[in-house]
Design a protein. Structure first.
Length: 449
């Protein structure tokens, strides 16, 4: 008979307790009692509950004015209404009162209040926010705050134990536990830059902006999103790694804004079919099809037809991953780029430029009724040029038609788009738009009516 060793739950929790480094061990009848309580007591005071008040305009479900008048429907839309929402945040600098949270928690807020674990309520203000990574930095004025040390999300491994602390469904300072289920998840949210930590620690609405904590009591992620058909937890939650959150915070503190890195290339994914056509022995990478004059790529000596295979010693699977990697870095950062030129494997160092947008943003509603709720700006990213969708209001006409923040419109009604004026001109000539949208490494055709 083959004996299979078993790990009991008690033994597992004892291990967790030891890893957590509990200062005061629990005991019953002088026997160790496994518990995460010491770790929770250490981490919880650094997590705050966030209450946001904002004024929104209630839209009539009968948006067409002629339709409403014809059927005698009263105009119930357009009235300002105050709404409140809840989220979470993590104190990362007790002396200066800085709190990390999600952009979507505090976006368009008229008033922000945070409550501490002891019940004290403080007014807060937004220091800076970045929709593309869903990270925001807010500030409170208070003494005797408790901060959470920021851990290195780069050393997090699948299988690590983690805690999620936050404010799900308004239940203050709720703690759940689980493991890291996966790393490097993309394609989850509506933003253009993602590198999520996936966890099965229970995350629900209200956990947004809360802490994902390792067994040393360090912050390794800001809880941001879930996948769910019911709105509740099904064991698939996502957190923004602290590497990204810290970079966004530091850029906000250093520059007052996020200065996203720009390599200055247009690229396409190398897959097995492309590799076969080009007769190259490369499994994956990003083929450079255009280099902007004076860009970081040109300064680094890259050329058209070079194939980028790694950035900072991390393999690049294709155009979408390269766009994501560069966009999550700040302008002025040095990056090591490995590439293939002909039969040679080479490397170079590039100093990233800055993604620049036109000073004025365009309200989509001024361009076309079906684009209401979206804002646009002329953009030149590391992968494609066109009109960037800088933000989309949830449930707006633009959102309902499929537009997402980070999308880049390259053509409308089969005509190239290179400026806001191009888009407006085409929209004036036709009530129906067919937009060719670049989303990561995918091209999507959206109909706007």
């Amino acid at each position: 008979m083959k004996i299979i060793p078993r790990i009991t739950l008690g033994a597992l929790l004892v291990t967790v307790n030891l890893v957590a480094g509990a200062a005061v061990p629990y005991a019953i009848n002088d026997e160790p009692f496994p518990s995460l309580a010491p770790l929770v007591e250490q981490a919880t005071p650094a997590v705050v509950n966030i209450r946001v008040s904002q004024t929104v305009t209630q839209r009539s479900p009968f948006g067409d004015e002629a339709f409403r008048r014809f059927f005698g429907i009263p105009d119930s839309g357009g009235r300002p209404q105050e709404v409140a929402s809840a989220g979470s945040g993590v104190i990362v600098d007790a002396d200066r009162g800085y709190i990390l949270t999600n952009h979507h928690v505090v976006a368009d807020a008229d008033e922000i209040q945070v409550s501490l674990v002891g019940g004290e309520i403080l007014d807060a203000e937004v220091v800076g926010s970045d929709e593309a990574t869903d990270i925001a930095l807010i500030k409170v004025e208070a003494d005797d705050l408790v901060e959470m040390p920021i851990g290195d999300s780069e050393v997090v491994r699948v299988g690590d134990f983690v805690l999620a602390i936050g404010n799900p469904f308004g239940l203050e300072h709720t703690v759940t536990s689980g493991i890291v289920s996966a790393l490097g998840r993309t394609g989850i949210s509506r933003t253009g830059y993602e590198d999520f930590i996936q966890t099965d620690a229970s995350i629900n609405p209200g956990n947004s902006g809360g802490a994902l904590v390792n067994m040393r009591g360090e912050l390794v992620g800001i809880n941001s999103a879930i996948i769910s058909r019911s709105g509740g937890n099904v064991g698939i939650g996502f957190a923004v790694p602290t590497k990204i959150a810290s970079s966004i915070m530091n850029q906000i503190l250093d520059y007052g804004e996020v200065r996203r890195g720009l390599l200055g290339v247009s690229i396409q994914t190398i897959d097995s079919e492309v590799a076969k056509a080009l007769e190259i022995d490369i499994e994956s990478g990003a083929l450079i099809s255009l280099i902007e004059p004076g860009s970081a790529a040109e300064e680094a000596g890259l050329r058209v037809d070079d194939i980028i295979v790694a950035v900072n010693d991390k393999k690049t699977s294709g155009a979408s991953e390269l766009h994501n990697t560069i966009g999550l870095m700040g302008s002025g950062e040095k990056v090591e780029i490995d590439f293939v030129r002909g039969d040679e494997e080479l490397s170079t160092t590039a100093i990233l430029g800055e993604q620049r947008r036109s000073a004025s943003l365009s309200d989509g509603g001024e361009v076309h009724p079906g684009l209401e709720g979206a804002e646009f700006a002329t953009a030149s990213t590391s992968s494609v040029r066109g009109i960037e969708v800088t933000s989309v209001v949830p449930d707006s006409p633009a959102a309902q038609r499929g537009l997402r923040a980070g999308d880049i419109i390259t053509a409308a009604n089969r005509r190239e788009i290179r400026s806001l004026e191009d888009l407006a001109t085409i929209a004036r000539a036709s009530s129906r738009l067919f937009l060719l949208v670049q989303r990561g490494d995918r091209a999507i055709l959206l109909q706007i009516r």
